[in-house]
Design a protein around this ligand. Structure first.
Ligand SMILES: C[S@@+](CC[C@H](N)C(=O)[O-])C[C@H]1O[C@@H](n2cnc3c(N)ncnc32)[C@H](O)[C@@H]1O
Length: 171
């Protein structure tokens, strides 16, 4: 797949045609692959819809948007369009997809962090401070929010990073 680059105000938006949405009883919709994906593959690019800081703090954060938005520069929040809002969460170190925010071009790139097998769900890590009871497929167990927060805060202390990546990780 051509990873593409921005030129003459044209941004290719490559995506793999082996991706599909499936619904998990607890995690809801998620992104799965029908075919193996090698480590390093650019899986998807999501353009974002930006909300200003004031608009978001007055309105957006009281809506469904707050389950989906990424922190953006200048206190703004961004809704990832395309598949970007459909990636479910795995705790740090268990996610198989990494993401990078391109603040200038207003999109997010999602890349395979390891070889991913056919049938696997593609998950990002939202960070240590998630707002729901985490169901983790990798460990094949349902951990309570409290257990999850504790283990993630220990990890965050080790990494000296106590932020929520989905909301507060500037690149
Ligand atoms: C960005 S959305 C992901 C797409 C969502 N599953 C859907 O169907 O719209 C984030 C929401 O997905 C759910 N979710 C994501 N990862 C999860 C996990 N590991 N365990 C439980 N729920 C999860 C939570 O409800 C969370 O608020």
């Amino acid at each position: 797949m051509d990873t593409g680059s921005t030129s003459n105000n044209v941004q290719p938006l490559p995506t793999l045609d082996c991706l599909e949405l499936r619904t998990h009883p607890q995690r809801g919709r998620g992104v799965f692959t029908r075919e193996p994906i090698p480590k390093g593959t650019l899986v998807h690019i999501s353009p974002v819809l930006l909300f200003g800081a004031e608009e978001y703090s007055r309105h957006g954060k009281f809506t469904q948007l707050d389950h989906y938005t990424y922190c953006w520069k200048g206190g703004c929040f961004a809704l990832a369009l395309g598949l970007g809002s459909m990636f479910n969460h795995e705790p740090f170190g268990q996610e198989n997809i990494g993401f990078v925010r391109d603040m200038h071009n207003e999109f997010i790139k999602y890349t395979a962090l390891r070889d991913i097998a056919a049938g696997e769900e593609l998950c990002i890590c939202y960070g240590p401070n998630v707002w729901f009871d985490v169901i983790t497929e990798v460990a094949n167990k349902n951990s309570s929010a409290q257990q999850q927060r504790q283990s993630m805060s220990e990890k965050a202390e080790e990494d000296d990073n106590g932020t929520n990546f989905l909301r507060c990780f500037d690149l």
